[in-house]
Ligand binder design. Structure first.
Ligand SMILES: N[C@@H](CCC(=O)N[C@@H](CS)C(=O)NCC(=O)O)C(=O)O
Length: 262
């Protein structure tokens, strides 16, 4: 039996939901609010970092989204989401590594500097920062504190943009060789990358791939793939859309300015 602790807008959890749908697997869902419930002692026993997703398989907790992806592919091998060719397999792992090491935090930085910032600014600063400080990952608290205070002018934003541009360049290069990121079919590279492209689009930053026609073509196909729709887009309630719908001011002009200054 599979159980998933997740939240609808969590990019890391979206990877897992995509993979479950691609594999035709169902699970019992535990929807988290991420309003402090991720730090409940009972949840921290499952996921000591106080983050989603956590997958429970037959009573055993598995954490870290990329680790969960590989686990699901090993335990439920059909359809396979890892290519058979060893070199193509390295590509899947490289996309996941880039995301784990750089892109994920960069995505959090851009999201909290824009869409998630206005409601957080309404909370008194000391209270807001005390909430961030509850995270067992201290660097995460530091990023959130700074980007909510300074928005896109935070010292962390330029590097976050550079990491996203690297991901986009990798996608563009990969799709010169075929319609998928690694190998000749949808793989765990797609499941890992799709949520970050959607997030950029929701943040109105799709101009970042204006110079990458390969990305635009790949993304147009991936966005319409049934698993993307059912695992992510159609799961978003009005409340999940709200931070992105009400995005003001439009971040793109300021981001363009930062890119030109870099
Ligand atoms: N490296 C972790 C990162 C997980 C993560 O950052 N999850 C976010 C949602 S995408 C979260 O739970 N945030 C709660 C918080 O920052 O307190 C993974 O890949 O599973």
């Amino acid at each position: 039996m599979l159980e998933l602790y997740h939240s609808i807008n969590s990019v890391c959890a979206q990877k897992i939901r995509l993979t479950l749908v691609e594999k035709g697997l169902s699970c019992t869902e535990h929807l988290m609010k991420l309003n402090g419930d991720q730090f409940d002692p009972a949840y921290l026993k499952l996921n000591p970092n106080g983050v989603v997703p956590t997958l429970i398989h037959d009573g055993k907790a598995i954490t870290e989204s990329s680790v969960i992806l590989y686990y699901l592919d090993e335990v439920f091998p059909n359809p396979p989401l890892m290519p058979t060719d060893p070199l193509a397999r390295t590509k899947v792992r490289l996309f996941n590594k880039l995301i784990d090491e750089y892109v994920h935090n960069s995505c959090m930085i851009l999201t909290f500097a824009t869409a998630f910032r206005p409601p957080l600014l309404r909370i008194p600063e000391a209270q807001r920062n005390a909430e961030f400080a509850k995270s067992p990952i201290k660097k995460r608290a530091e990023y959130k504190t700074d980007v909510v205070t300074h928005g896109l002018q935070s010292v962390y934003v330029a590097e976050a943009l550079a990491h996203h541009r690297k991901l986009l360049a990798w996608i563009d290069e990969a799709v010169q060789n075929g319609p998928y990121l690694a190998g000749d079919s949808y793989s765990l590279a797609e499941a890992a990358v799709i949520p970050y492209l959607l997030r950029l689009e929701l943040l109105r930053l799709s101009g970042l791939w204006a110079d990458y026609p390969g990305v635009a073509t790949w993304w147009a196909r991936m966005r319409e793939r049934p698993s993307s729709r059912s695992a992510i887009i159609e799961r978003m309630t009005d409340k999940d859309w709200a931070p992105f719908r009400e995005l003001a001011p439009d971040p793109w002009p300021e981001v363009q300015g930062l890119l030109q200054a870099a």
